[in-house]
Design a protein around this ligand. Structure first.
Ligand code: TD4
Ligand code: CA
Ligand code: NA
Ligand code: ZN
Length: 311
């Protein structure tokens, strides 16, 4: 069934597991993610960025949002696993309202690059509108290094746990993304991978609410190697190691945003297939391996986060 993200995350919060939130831009990634969810009998959060809404809507975000709602609902309404659709990194009021209008389960208002009081005010505005429409809300405190907020911020700004308590009380958001040292994309750490577990622990103790980890892709080396075998150059790529990811779940992360790992898996499969099948041009065939690799990465992640058999 098509559900509210909050229902999925409240259950995960109670039982201390996490649910992956997988980004999509097209049909093929959605198909592969849904296949993984069916195989693992796991709840799924599908999420789209504002860029994805523009991409699918060919420049018209409301059309993009409506397209994604229809595609996801078509799958969700016909399956036993709970599926939610979330707007990731909502920053533009028009896009957030479009997602609510189109029927998204939840929206993120990302005003984390603003001073605290402005983040609070903007988030309160969105919470008021979203809650009136039965839509749940995610917000963020702190900043991720790398490409974040459409500006490449050099270093990350980590969450202040006391601010987090004040923030959630003031805004009444449904789930919170505390920055603890991750970053978006395939090049997350210069040296050794390290997250601020202490801050995460404190934010959980002070807020007791479902928490979100952004920049959580692991950069699966098996996929990097396959892609590089067939011409990719992902030198220097590094993600969040599985043991560190598991520790964040133990400390109270309940939603794990995952985009890069699916992108790497898809492109590895596409490169491999096209190299080995020079005569093939049927789109129902040449994305087969790509989709199979995405499904594999999805299934492994659902298992690792503990949401398998929680549908
Ligand atoms: O936190 C994450 C996932 O981070 P990851 O890169 O570790 O997978 N996300 O929020 C996914 C970010 C999606 C990227 O957006 P564009 O469509 O604008 O490119
Ligand atoms: Ca942000
Ligand atoms: Na999000
Ligand atoms: Zn993110």
């Amino acid at each position: 069934p098509y559900v509210n993200t909050k229902d999925i995350l409240e259950k995960a919060n109670k039982e201390y597991y996490a649910v992956a939130a997988f980004n999509i831009n097209n049909l093929e990634f959605l198909q592969a993610i849904v296949e993984g969810g069916i195989e693992k009998k796991s709840p799924l959060i599908i999420e789209t960025s504002e860029g994805a809404m523009k991409y699918a809507g060919m420049g018209d975000p409301l059309r993009g949002a409506s397209l994604f709602v229809k595609m996801v609902r078509e799958f969700a309404d016909s399956l036993d696993i709970p599926i939610a659709l979330h707007l990731d990194h909502g920053k533009n009021f028009k896009y957030i309202i479009s997602a609510i209008k189109a029927g998204y389960s939840s929206v993120m208002i990302d005003a984390s690059d603003k001073p605290l009081e402005e983040n609070i005010k903007t988030t309160k505005d969105i919470v008021r509108i979203a809650h009136a429409a039965g839509v749940s809300v995610e917000a963020e405190l702190g900043k991720l290094a790398g490409i974040e907020d459409n500006v490449a911020s050099s270093e990350s700004v980590l969450v202040n746990p006391d601010e987090a308590k004040y923030f959630v009380e003031e805004t009444q958001v449904d789930f919170l993304a505390p920055a603890i040292g991750t970053s978006h994309g395939a090049f997350k750490f210069k040296g050794e991978a390290k997250l601020d577990f202490d801050r995460l622990k404190k934010v959980k103790e002070l807020t007791k609410m479902p928490l979100v980890l952004h920049g959580a892709s692991s950069v699966v080396q098996e996929m990097v190697e396959i892609a590089e075998n067939y011409g990719a150059d992902f030198g220097g790529s590094k993600g969040v190691p599985s043991d560190i990811l598991k520790e964040t779940v133990r400390l109270g992360i309940n939603k794990v945003n995952t985009d890069t790992d699916l992108r790497m898996a898809f492109v590895a499969g596409l490169r491999e297939f096209l190299h080995n099948n020079p005569k093939e041009f049927d789109p129902r065939k040449y994305m087969d391996t790509a989709k199979a690799y995405v499904k594999k990465v999805v299934s492994d992640r659902l298992e690792l986060l503990g949401s398998a058999n929680k549908a």
